[in-house]
Design a protein around this ligand. Structure first.
Ligand code: NAD
Length: 294
């Protein structure tokens, strides 16, 4: 079993690394936050003093970091230090330009690399059921697939370098828009005398059906596992949704594509985050739409 370096052991990285340990890999982890390191140690990750120490002797490096600048800085740090031929997998959600830069840093040392952002949130990370969307060469993807398997429900090769990030921002633009649509429908239902359960029973099995309704319902009750049932504790924080919507808008502007609903969703999540609710689950936007919170 290849030894894996795992850099970025936050809300997602920690449970993902734990699943690699469970699958039988030796995992050498690093994060800047001591509490995250302590948690990783409990899952059987060998905690290292820095990123360079974590990649020493590793055949695969997985990064799960906040944004493009963190990924580039870690890649510049580790690329000269990793073993010959080591595979670099970046699962962070980052802008396409940074993803391509990360591939270029790897290529300069002749290292195979893929961008492999995920969908499925902390629940999917814990359960090992994430959807991975991968960008990179067919050879790099073939090497990455068995490594991703213990963390994945589904793995899709989307195309060349950056294609994984492209798929991720398109998917999350759909998600941001659909969550607002579902939330607006519940708020309207409340005002016109329709119960949450009645709207759910109809819309979850008819043409209004979507993931924001059936799996992540923004009102408490119909889907007991959704964050609405735990006072909108994330889950997937509104600030992260805003980050992904902004990435989609940057890509749309750079390529001259009109995405008016994506732009509107981005503005609404910017307002919600600006009001101090960035750390609330993104489905909590229903509270702002209802006028419960300002
Ligand atoms: P997080 O903030 O919990 O974790 C990121 C970790 O990276 C932090 O623990 C931080 O200390 C660490 N870090 C930052 N710079 C570092 C460095 N130089 N060296 C080592 N560690 C460093 O975020 P998260 O929720 O785990 O998300 C990680 C990525 O996954 C983000 O790009 C996010 O957009 C994406 N994502 C998150 C979710 C989700 O539901 N949370 C879902 C899909 C994708």
């Amino acid at each position: 079993m290849p030894t894996i370096a795992f850099i970025g052991l936050g809300n997602m990285g920690n449970p993902m690394a734990a699943n690699l340990v469970r699958a039988g890999h030796a995992v050498q982890g690093f994060d800047l936050v001591p509490d995250n390191l302590a948690k990783a140690r409990e899952s059987g990750v060998t905690v290292m003093a820095n990123a360079a120490a974590a990649v020493k002797g590793a055949e695969v490096v997985v990064t799960m970091l906040p944004a493009g600048k963190h990924v580039i800085s870690v890649y510049e740090d580790i690329a000269p230090k990793v073993a010959e031929g080591a595979l670099l997998i970046d699962s962070s959600t980052i802008d396409i330009d940074s993803a391509r830069k990360a591939h270029a840093i790897a290529a300069r040392r002749g290292l195979p690399s893929i961008d492999a952002p995920v969908s499925g949130g902390t629940g999917g990370a814990t359960a090992g059921t994430l959807t991975f969307m991968a960008g990179g060469s067919a050879e790099a993807f073939a090497k990455a697939e068995p490594i991703l398997q213990p963390m994945a429900g589904r793995i899709v090769h989307c195309g060349e370098a950056g294609a994984g990030q492209a798929a991720k921002i398109c998917n999350n633009m759909i998600l941001g828009i659909s969550m607002i649509g579902v939330a607006e429908a519940f708020v309207l239902a409340e005002k016109i005398g329709l119960s949450h359960q009645a709207l759910f029973d109809v819309a979850s099995t008819s043409s209004g059906q979507c993931w924001s309704m059936t799996t992540y319902c923004p009102v408490p009750g119909p889907v007991p596992t959704s964050p609405a049932n735990r006072d909108y504790k994330p889950g997937f924080a509104a600030a992260l949704m805003l980050k992904d919507l902004k990435l989609a808008q940057e890509a749309a502007q750079a390529s001259g594509v009109a995405t008016p609903l994506g732009a509107q969703a981005s503005q609404l999540y910017a307002l919600f985050s600006g009001l101090g609710h960035g750390d609330m689950d993104f489905s909590g936007i229903i509270r702002m739409l209802r006028g419960d919170i300002g």
